[in-house]
Design a protein around this ligand. Structure first.
Ligand code: N2P
Length: 396
């Protein structure tokens, strides 16, 4: 178990953000023994009594500040959405970017404060709240959540208030799939499987995502042929995937999780990418008959990216206003049409379709999701094994 994670949890308890029961549940999830938890509780002493009796206390909301710091993936918010928010509230949005969930995690673990809203994916929401790096949300300040979010997105496994003393730490932002954008004008025969990315005929024609779980996931699916293996906790399988990715490296022109749209447009034949990247490429002028998003035989990785408020957010009130704003149907629809992913707001979907029918063009149907889809999961202590494996690949 990671000592820093535990320290974060202790801080949550000390600040009265979680109850002793929640502390115990989470510490056990993190691998602490029952007697270890009891010892820690005793050491934390009486400062925790304010939350022992039942409902947890939310941190004070305070006044809205005039700036909102958004820490996001690249190309993941319509600039017009930010302008509209500023018009509606007077709050200016300052956006900075990260490459993958693990980069976001290390930044917050290293003590970076000052972000008001962050955009972790599903499994990372779980890692962040269990390590005390997220503020619980005041859901009464986000009425659009209850009104507009689809039922299946309300209580996901990674952030289910029913299993967490009523606390909720995230709202869904977009969901999507991972595939390969193939420039069929440059390479007419469509690839069918992830393993094709090991064909030496494609040397220097391949870009892979610079994303720990995504690219390890490709290695794992190549080894096993099974979508679920993106969450493998079998050391031998992970070792094999690591060796496969090292073997693939001479064929890879770049590991990049920032410029996929630009790489697709400029003509890289095979770009490991997210579905929105291809829509962005089409919307910046690339003709639809020149590109396709491949759904690979072994499996389709899926994700729900979320909005959350990290601990120490300077503009907690503004952050809640922002979350509610994004979950508005019209705002959500026009933003989704621009980013090119899928909306978790069912009533926004027809609006997205009216604005840009391309967005829905690659969406897997339910059968395909059941057969081939896999969502990323929090792997607990195993996460460190992936980080080591990914470091080996990158430094090979
Ligand atoms: C947007 C990044 C989407 C993140 N460029 C995929 N989880």
């Amino acid at each position: 178990m990671n000592e820093r994670d535990l320290e974060g949890l202790v801080q949550e308890l000390k600040h009265g953000r979680i109850s002793r029961r929640q502390f115990m549940e989470r510490a056990l999830v993190m691998g602490l023994t029952v007697s270890g938890v009891a010892g820690l509780l005793a050491a934390c002493g009486s400062s925790t009594t304010s939350t022992t009796s039942g409902s947890p206390t939310l941190p004070p909301m305070g006044e809205a500040g005039n700036t909102l710091h958004l820490y996001n993936w690249s190309d993941y918010m319509d600039p017009a959405t930010k302008t509209k928010f500023t018009k509606a509230t007077g709050i200016k949005v300052v956006e900075t970017f990260f490459d993958d969930n693990e980069a976001l995690l290390s930044k917050l673990k290293a003590g970076a404060r000052g972000y008001d809203v962050i955009v972790p994916s599903d499994y990372m929401v779980h890692i962040l709240w269990k390590t005390g790096l997220l503020e619980p949300l005041a859901m009464s300040a986000i009425p659009n959540f209850a009104a507009n979010v689809g039922e299946k997105f309300k209580k996901p496994v990674f952030d289910n208030p029913d299993q967490n003393g009523g606390l909720k730490y995230s709202v869904p932002y977009q969901w999507g799939q991972t595939g390969v954008a193939q420039r069929i004008d440059k390479m007419p025969t469509e690839l069918t499987k992830w393993a094709d990315l090991w064909d030496t005929a494609y040397k220097d024609k391949i870009n892979m995502l610079n994303d720990e779980r995504e690219t390890m996931g490709v290695g794992l699916m190549k080894v096993t042929g099974d979508p679920k293996s993106i969450n493998s906790t079998d050391q031998a399988t992970i070792d094999k995937a690591t060796q496969e990715l090292i073997a693939q490296k001479p064929l890879v022109a770049a590991y990049d999780s920032v410029n996929m749209k630009r790489n697709i447009v400029s003509g890289v034949p095979l770009v490991h990418a997210w579905n929105g990247d291809i829509i962005l490429a089409l919307n910046s002028g690339l003709e639809a008959n020149k590109v396709t998003l491949l759904a690979m035989q072994e499996g389709i990785p899926l994700y729900v990216d979320c909005l959350a408020i990290p601990v120490g957010a300077p503009n907690r009130k503004g952050a809640h206003m922002f979350l509610d704003f994004i979950l508005d149907l019209k705002v959500g629809a026009s933003n989704t049409a621009w980013v090119g992913y899928y909306s978790p707001l069912p009533e926004a979907v027809p609006l997205v379709d009216q604005i840009d029918p391309n967005v829905m063009r690659y969406m897997p149907d339910q059968q395909m999701i059941d057969d081939k889809g896999a969502f990323y999961e929090d792997l607990g202590a195993f996460a460190g094994i992936y980080t080591d494996a990914w470091t080996q690949v990158k430094s090979a």
